[in-house]
Design a protein around this ligand. Structure first.
Ligand SMILES: Cc1cc2nc3c(=O)[nH]c(=O)nc-3n(C[C@H](O)[C@H](O)[C@H](O)COP(=O)(O)OP(=O)(O)OC[C@H]3O[C@@H](n4cnc5c(N)ncnc54)[C@H](O)[C@@H]3O)c2cc1C
Length: 392
């Protein structure tokens, strides 16, 4: 990272993050890695994961992306990128899957629209890692085109809202204490003032996790949520009635760049492991890394990673300096997530048959990173966002 002059304070935070992951997180993961991979769930180590989240909050990592006035770390986007990258570089699962840096199951800039009462009830417990949330927008009939959601909230004469609908692919939903549910409140207006975000406590009658959805990744288990006549009041509305999407976009640039940073860190992790393997593994009387075909795979990954890293840092800096961020966040996520997919593929190839076996955990990352090109804007939607900023 020669182009960056990282302040000493951030270098210290980064070093303490690495220390925390290496000393406290990785030993727990390593002890349970096989069962997590096989069963596709963290449920058997739920208590340990909750403790680690709490510890991350105590050490100041958990809410590092939230503004200082709310008790967060107040870090710039570039600083956040550097930390997410470092977390992923360790190869820790929990550092990447909502354990230490929550992207969707913890506090998010979207919660800056909370009223004081909502801060007390939802935001502060989230920041302290005492509660877990989930972001419930996507539905079977509406993903990229989220304006087409069917979940409906209607207000009765008693002033109480009744929400009915079905959400799917909801990350963190299995453990969430409350969900942020997006529902249509005015079908005529939809994106233009007709979709509202409601806080719904998981113990509200009619709210149910109806299915855990097994995925291609061994580390991700989103859920289907059913809302069957869930009753909530105006006090549960986040921000303004009808303007849920306006709150939602507050968090989108940060979330996209955090995913991009994760792509950088994980690519570095896989590259480090490939390099080590290429030096150790002997075939035809010499380390496989002496072979130019193997060198080519490693150099291609190195070159692509260096390009993506500079781009992501640049994109984060531009937003920190005041750019509106639509293009930067889309560009950073597009390039870094496509890059890490190719790097993971090459990492398997460099490791040969060992790379394909579950024991090394490399194939698990290959499967996991595939999702990065889908959530928080598919690669196609990101391309469309960028095209728009180019005047197309
Ligand atoms: C692991 C995982 C976790 C997720 N977590 C959450 C969560 O916590 N909360 C939540 O609300 N959602 C979540 N999602 C949902 C995610 O945001 C959606 O999957 C995503 O928005 C795409 O929607 P879709 O799957 O319905 O695909 P579709 O929108 O049906 O798209 C299908 C294909 O068509 C392409 N396409 C669609 N429209 C266009 C267009 N205009 N131009 C070009 N191509 C287009 C897409 O790029 C894609 O290739 C998660 C998804 C995954 C995979």
């Amino acid at each position: 990272m020669p182009l960056l002059n990282i302040p000493d304070e951030l270098l210290e935070i980064r070093a303490s993050l690495r220390q925390f992951i290496e000393r406290e997180v990785l030993p727990i993961e390593d002890a349970h890695r096989e069962e997590i991979q096989e069963r596709g769930t963290f449920s058997t180590i739920r208590e340990e994961v909750l403790k680690l989240r709490k510890r991350s909050a105590e050490l100041g990592f958990y809410a590092i992306h939230m503004p200082e006035e709310l008790g967060g770390g107040g870090l710039s986007l570039l600083d956040q990128v550097l930390l997410h990258e470092e977390g992923a570089r360790t190869g820790s699962i929990l550092a990447q899957i909502e354990g230490i840096f929550p992207v969707v199951s913890g506090p998010n800039p979207i919660h800056m629209d909370c009223t004081e009462a909502q801060r007390e009830k939802y935001l502060y417990p989230l920041m302290a890692a005492d509660k877990i949330t989930c972001f419930a927008l996507t539905e079977p009939g509406a993903g990229s085109d989220a304006t087409r959601i069917q979940t409906r909230a209607t207000k009765g004469e008693d002033g109480i809202w009744t929400i009915t609908g079905r959400k799917h692919f909801i990350t963190g939903g299995a453990d969430a204490d409350f969900a942020l549910v997006f529902a249509v409140t005015d079908p005529e207006r939809r994106a233009k003032g007709g979709i509202t975000a409601f806080f719904v406590d998981a113990d509200t009658p009619g709210y149910a996790v109806t299915r855990v959805q097994r995925t291609m990744s061994p580390y991700q288990n989103p859920v289907e949520l059913t809302l069957d006549g869930v009753r909530v009041s105006d006090a549960n509305i986040l921000g303004q009635e009808g303007f849920g999407f306006y709150s939602a976009v507050r968090g989108i640039n940060g979330a996209r760049l955090q995913i991009a940073a994760r792509g950088l860190g994980l690519a570095q992790h896989l590259l480090d492991r490939s390099l080590e393997y290429a030096k150790d593994r002997v075939a035809f009387g010499q380390p496989i890394g002496a072979n130019q075909f193997v060198q080519g795979m490693i150099v291609d990954s190195f070159a692509e990673l260096e390009q993506a890293r500079l781009l992501v840092y640049q994109c984060a800096s531009e937003i920190d300096e005041g750019a509106d961020g639509r293009r930067q966040a889309a560009l950073g996520k597009l390039v870094a997530t496509e890059m890490v997919g190719r790097v993971a593929d090459r990492a398997i190839q460099v490791h040969g048959g060992n790379g394909f076996m579950t024991e090394l955990g490399i194939e698990a990352w290959y499967r996991d990173v595939r999702a990065m090109r889908l959530y928080e804007g598919t690669s196609e939607i990101l391309r469309a966002n960028i095209a728009k900023t180019l005047g197309l």
